[in-house]
Design a protein around this ligand. Structure first.
Ligand SMILES: Nc1nc2c(ncn2[C@@H]2O[C@H](COP(=O)(O)OP(=O)(O)OP(=O)(O)O)[C@@H](O)[C@H]2O)c(=O)[nH]1
Ligand SMILES: [Mg+2]
Length: 322
């Protein structure tokens, strides 16, 4: 879009959402957006790829970069997920570092800093899950002072609850004030740099996270094999959205769990995911799901590339090519 196409009062701000796994980054992205674009679960390491989510308020385009939680690990997939957080934060105007006020917030910041392993440019701290924590203002001031010793580029803190919406208007107002005059990058109505094919795989994985217990979700990935947009031809013939996807698991026993008795589990995953996809594309959707055993897929370079997780400078030296 050309600058001349745009309103002279347009403003823009690009913001990375950073923090440890489970800090509430994706919940906050959805709360700011006003709908559930990013997948959320009670388990850590839900988000695996960085992606942009866009909203406009008062002629200000705010591009949020949701990122996977940064965490230290020798496992190749985790190294690449932390790499996604690092890539996601490159070139942004502002970082929002989400710190869960429950548990041990200072230790969480120490862990994040070690795993993220990059200088942070301009950063605000968001103390999250305020609805569950009962910290006084003095306690938060003290905590912030200690965080500033660790990360000198932090400028301020805002306590929020992404779940109840507490102080979200204060955050939105502060982001609008922070934005600089300039053109919007996204055409009106666009909400992300990722397409529906990406979100289809996310919504299938989200349901798998919700329905399956314990460790299984970490050893599961979703690849969309075929995605056909819904369309209406010139003579008025309507075609539904058609998606074919494969759920990858590590072991044959996991395949049996994902399929379930007489296919009951995979059917439930498919039905729930389809409803969310239909709401997003606004058309009837046919979702065809398969389960495939792909031993150690989370170490396989080819599969990780396919999942949008490229190697990083910390990647293990030995990896499998197709
Ligand atoms: N009580 C409360 N729970 C929250 C809040 N924000 C997020 N949660 C919960 O915290 C859990 C993790 O939320 P996510 O948004 O998936 O966290 P994340 O930082 O994106 O996690 P990863 O993608 O794994 O890095 C979910 O169960 C959320 O419902 C909050 O403000 N209050
Ligand atoms: Mg997330």
């Amino acid at each position: 879009m050309l600058m001349t196409d745009q309103h002279p009062h347009n403003k823009h701000l690009m913001v990375a959402l950073l923090g440890k796994p489970n800090a509430g980054k994706s919940t906050l992205a959805n709360q700011l957006l006003g709908f559930d674009l990013s997948i959320v679960s009670s388990k850590p390491q839900t988000t695996r790829n960085h992606f942009q989510a866009v909203f406009v308020v008062d002629r200000t385009e705010i591009v949020l970069v949701d990122t996977p939680g940064a965490h230290s690990s020798n496992q190749e997939i985790n190294i690449r997920m932390t790499g996604q957080a690092q890539f996601g934060a490159e070139g942004v105007d502002l970082n929002l570092l989400l710190v869960d006020l429950n548990n041990d917030p200072l230790q969480d910041v120490i862990d994040f800093k070690k795993a993220f392993d990059r200088e942070l440019s301009k950063t605000w701290v968001l103390f999250t899950k305020q609805d569950r924590a009962n910290k006084t203002e003095e306690e938060m001031d003290e905590l912030f002072a200690k965080i500033k010793e660790l990360i000198p580029s932090v400028e301020r803190y805002i306590p929020i609850s992404a779940k109840t919406g507490d102080n979200i208007h204060i955050l939105t107002g502060a982001l609008v004030d922070e934005a600089k005059p300039g053109p919007h990058f996204y055409p009106q109505g666009d909400v992300s740099n990722k397409n529906m094919r990406f979100f289809a795989s996310e919504y299938i994985r989200e349901q798998a996270f919700k329905i399956l217990k314990d460790e299984l979700p970490y050893e599961l990935a979703v690849v969309v094999d075929d995605y056909q947009d819904p369309m209406t031809t010139k003579d008025g013939k309507e075609f539904d959205c058609k998606i074919s996807a494969t759920i990858l698991v590590n072991r044959p026993s996991q395949r049996a769990i994902v399929v379930g008795s007489k296919g009951s589990v995979i059917k439930q995953i498919g039905t729930n995911a389809r409803k969310k996809i239909e709401a997003m594309v606004g058309a009837r959707t046919h979702l065809n799901l398969h389960v495939k055993v792909s031993p150690k897929w989370f170490k396989n370079n080819y599969v990780l590339d396919e999942l949008g997780l490229p190697r990083t400078n910390k990647s293990n030296r030995v990896w499998r090519q197709k």
